[in-house]
Design a protein around this ligand. Structure first.
Ligand code: AMP
Length: 118
């Protein structure tokens, strides 16, 4: 059985606050929000991160869902930020492809903060 935490959320074995879902993706509130709105969107199928193995329709579903989530959360007009941390240098912690949608407050213009020692 796949023990990936996001696979378990997709199978509803682990509780989550679902914001939106369709046949390809599921969106839920981040458990440790870094902005007033912080939602994660994951493909139902497991892919470790961005790569050629991720089908185009899944990529399209992830980004399409990002704007849908922003509408549901009421931040589509004000604006929001979409982030996909990828791999070690990208700061990815959970190894199941996911899109962060953050907003609800004005972001600083710079979006890159290097880890200490980099
Ligand atoms: P990343 O650093 O891009 O891998 O982001 C992983 C994100 O998953 C972090 O923002 C965590 O707060 C979030 N996270 C981890 N476990 C859960 C969970 N069970 N439910 C919701 N969000 C989670």
């Amino acid at each position: 059985m796949n023990e990936c935490i996001f696979c378990r959320i997709a199978r509803a074995e682990v509780p989550s606050s679902v914001v939106y879902e369709n046949d390809k993706v599921i969106a839920f509130d981040d458990v440790a929000p870094q902005a007033p709105v912080h939602v994660l969107i994951i493909p139902r199928e497991h892919y470790e991160h961005l790569g050629w193995d991720v089908p185009d329709d899944v990529l399209a579903a992830l980004l399409g869902a990002a704007h849908r989530v922003a509408e549901i959360k009421g931040i589509a007009d004000a604006g929001y930020r979409v982030i996909i941390n990828t791999g070690v240098d990208g700061g990815q912690v959970v190894k199941h492809l996911h899109v962060h949608v953050v907003g609800g407050a004005r972001m600083a213009h710079g979006m890159v903060r290097l880890a200490e020692g980099s």
